[in-house]
Design a protein around this ligand. Structure first.
Ligand SMILES: C[S@@+](CC[C@H](N)C(=O)[O-])C[C@H]1O[C@@H](n2cnc3c(N)ncnc32)[C@H](O)[C@@H]1O
Length: 359
């Protein structure tokens, strides 16, 4: 008989098995959310219990299949089935976020992150781990952002997903950082302008610039109009690998560096460094991974493992990575910047504010 290993893996209990089964079913849970969004279920199921049959009729769905979808959503904690009226369902607070009418809706976020354009490269994760190469580019024959450029509807979905994802940071950032000592902020890769609009709303002395590609800026004019900021904020269509517009004393970038390899991240930072005036600052908003993996579910930084999944998402889809403080120090140093502080943005975990100044 073979020797038992020091740690008997067969000591794994039911909870361990359950964990593996739950994780293996993870993509099914994601597709269940996707179906709920595509069928607009949460627009029909609100606070008060609604019979599955009514939802099926409203959607034009097969009744029993709809009941099964609603039960699965209940099993995931997104709906509650009425005890007094079986087959009737109401939304839980989390489920309500799948209603596009909810002020904090995550419908575009769910659509985008369950979209074949994101998911297909994940099927090749083992290949990306073996080679370090970007699976997306092999699967789709082009890089992720060029693919968005070729598919305007997908690009609009991506922009909307980013806008929904940034909402929490947009609510917190204006009050978590001293904007008072700056005059003009450029949001590098600022997308539809949601984040910068929140900063300018809260700090009327500031003017702003959103730099992004033409496709990334597609919704930005409407964001500025909605906030009455068209006169105080300009939009610059450009390429941050070529240049960053001069004239600001604060260069903000959220969820930008993690899209890129270290060399590419250094190029973006170097362009900021080139136009940074004396007293200017680069403010990077990204998760900062601990040096050693922290898997506590309550960890703000790793977000119960989501930040590590985001890291792999960067590996397979864009070739970027999530970084530790040391990694940020290194890319900043190579760009002629010194990292001066890292402050967790606790109201918008897992993000931190990473400040860097010219060397
Ligand atoms: C992950 S999104 C982040 C958007 C926004 N900062 C946020 O946090 O919601 C990355 C952004 O970088 C933009 N981007 C990608 N390549 C770019 C380039 N070469 N020059 C300028 N912007 C670019 C994309 O269009 C997109 O808006």
């Amino acid at each position: 008989m073979a020797n038992m290993p020091d740690t008997d893996v067969r000591a794994a209990g039911t909870a361990d098995r359950d964990l593996i089964v739950r994780l293996a079913f993870g993509s099914m849970a994601a597709q269940t959310l996707r179906a709920a969004v595509r069928l607009r279920v949460l627009e029909l199921v609100g606070d008060t219990p609604r019979p599955a049959a009514e939802v099926a009729v409203a959607v034009g769905a097969e009744r029993q299949s709809m009941t099964r979808l609603l039960r699965a959503l209940a099993g995931l904690g997104l709906l509650a089935e009425s005890e007094s009226a079986p087959d009737s369902f109401s939304a839980t607070p989390a489920g309500a976020l799948l209603d596009p009418g909810h002020p904090d809706s995550l419908t575009s976020f769910v659509r985008m992150f369950t979209e074949p354009a994101i998911v297909r490269a994940w099927e090749q994760l083992d290949g990306s781990v073996r080679t370090g190469e970007i699976a997306f580019d092999t699967v789709f024959g082009t890089d992720f952002f060029s693919h968005l450029g070729q598919h305007p509807e997908l690009s609009a979905e991506f922009n909307a997903a980013m806008s929904q994802a940034v909402a929490e940071t947009a609510a917190a950032l204006p009050y978590a950082f001293d904007f008072g000592r700056f005059t003009r902020v450029t949001d590098v890769g600022g997308g539809d302008g949601t984040l910068l609009a929140a900063v300018l709303d809260a700090h009327p002395h500031l003017t702003g610039v959103v730099l992004d590609t033409a496709q990334g800026l597609a919704e930005a004019p409407r964001t500025l109009e909605r906030h009455g900021l068209s006169d105080r904020c300009s939009l610059v269509a450009g390429d941050f690998f070529r240049a960053v517009p001069e004239g600001s004393d604060l260069y903000l970038m959220k969820s930008i560096l993690h899209d890129w390899t270290d060399d590419r991240a250094v190029t973006i930072l170097r362009h900021c460094r080139e136009v940074l005036p004396p007293g200017g600052l680069v403010l990077i908003v990204e998760p900062v991974l601990p040096e050693v993996v922290d898997t506590r579910a309550e960890s703000d930084v790793t977000d119960g493992g989501v930040t590590y999944l985001s890291d792999l998402n960067m590996l397979v889809n864009v070739g970027g990575r999530e970084r530790t403080r040391r990694d940020f120090e290194e890319v900043c140093r190579r760009a002629g910047l010194s990292l001066t502080s890292v402050t967790p943005l606790t109201e918008a975990a897992p993000f931190s504010l990473i400040e860097a100044v010219a060397d």
